[in-house]
Write a protein that binds this ligand. Structure first.
Ligand code: SF4
Ligand code: SF4
Ligand SMILES: [Zn+2]
Ligand SMILES: [Zn+2]
Ligand SMILES: [Zn+2]
Length: 352
């Protein structure tokens, strides 16, 4: 039914392998088609292809392309749409019965547009939720300040503590399952064997300094420590049963403790596995945080800063040295915990 025009890419005109396709495999053509849909430019309601001024123009529902098959179906399509038939939100094509209940047709370009739309919506919702949490945290901060004032009968200073959010891990602390411990120990045993037997290869070397954010300063560390305590190690969940340990970490441990045998290195890790750990998180993620000393942790663990701590880093740099922060950890349920922290050299964090 469709003309030869419909056997060609709607962007570059290349012959298509399938009649059901609208665009060739060329990435530029695919991107152009998606852009056309995103910008809601005119499309044919029958075939979903961009129209190029050759179609029948209707007063209210632009438009139909010049294809004979589409023109034959134009009148029935129009009346179906007027009768409430749903059209694809991307290409504008009348949705076939098989897509009833969907908002987009199943053409690849439309599914991409849909995915992008969903991502934007999600980001928007998260931003709204964040603003709401910040407002809730401000109320909690003011309340906490009032209580502090009453208790200490002293002013907390002129600068209001800055509200900063961190994530929260609600998982319970449970008995560290034996299978998870074994998986981790197997990983470590394997790394130690390779570190001993194999010559260092390019893959072993530590990642270049430029791959990491700068290490936390003394001032930053005070605030970050409070944030990570309130958060309960949200980022450690990804440590699972490998703790991000790599052969380069093990080589570093051997360099730091040259008298240690492979068995001693293994035991140093084994004996630090906590009896109880945060459910489903890194095996070393215990009740009080990480049970490994910094020098035995992966570089990633030592240098990672989540987006929230990066924001706090910026705020520390932009404010006076003695800026007080009101840190609040939160998840979907609301604000879970909070505390004050001061970005000052030689002082410990302020607790309520
Ligand atoms: S770095 Fe961020 S996500 Fe990780 S424990 Fe600290 S506050 Fe939580
Ligand atoms: S080793 Fe420590 S810091 Fe690294 S993921 Fe596990 S618990 Fe977190
Ligand atoms: Zn093409
Ligand atoms: Zn058409
Ligand atoms: Zn579509």
């Amino acid at each position: 039914m469709f003309s030869a025009d419909h056997q060609r890419c709607c962007i570059c005109g290349a012959i298509l392998a399938s009649h059901n396709s609208r665009v060739c495999f060329n990435a530029a053509c695919r991107n152009s088609l998606e852009l056309h849909y995103q910008q809601k430019l005119p499309t044919c309601r029958v075939c979903g292809r961009p129209t190029r001024g050759t179609g029948i123009q209707t007063l209210d529902l632009q438009s139909f392309c010049g294809d004979t098959g589409c023109q034959l179906k134009a009148a029935s399509t129009l009346s179906a749409i007027r009768a409430g038939g749903k059209t694809c939100k991307s290409c504008g094509m009348l949705l076939p019965a098989i897509r009833a209940g969907f908002e987009y047709c199943d053409h690849e370009a439309c599914l991409h547009v849909e995915a992008r739309h969903r991502t934007q919506l999600l980001a928007q919702r998260q931003e709204e939720l964040r603003k709401q949490r910040e407002a809730e945290a401000e109320i909690l901060r003011d309340r906490a300040l009032q209580e502090q004032k009453l208790r200490e009968k002293a002013d907390v200073g002129q600068n209001l503590p800055l509200v900063a959010l961190v994530p929260y891990t609600p998982q319970a602390v449970v008995e560290n399952p034996i299978e998870r411990r074994q998986q981790l120990l197997e990983h470590i045993r394997n790394l130690i064997q390779r570190a001993v037997v194999c010559l260092p290869s390019a893959a072993d070397y530590l990642r270049p300094e430029s791959d990491y954010l700068p290490e936390a300063t003394e001032v930053e560390s005070q605030v970050f420590a409070v944030g990570c305590r309130l958060c309960r190690g949200h980022c450690c969940v990804a440590g699972n049963t490998h703790a991000f340990l790599t052969i380069s970490t093990i080589r570093r441990v051997f360099q730091l403790y040259p008298t240690w045998s492979p068995q001693q290195v293994f035991d140093a890790y084994r004996t630090r596995i906590p009896e109880q750990s945060v459910q489903g998180s890194c095996v070393f993620h215990g009740q009080q945080g990480c049970t490994l000393p910094r020098q035995m942790r992966a570089d990633l663990c030592n240098r990672y800063l989540c987006r929230d701590l990066q924001e706090i880093r910026k705020a520390i740099a932009e404010n006076s040295p003695n800026q007080v922060f009101f840190l609040a950890s939160h998840d979907e349920q609301g604000i879970a915990d909070y505390d004050f922290a001061t970005a000052a050299v030689g002082e410990t964090s302020v607790s309520e």
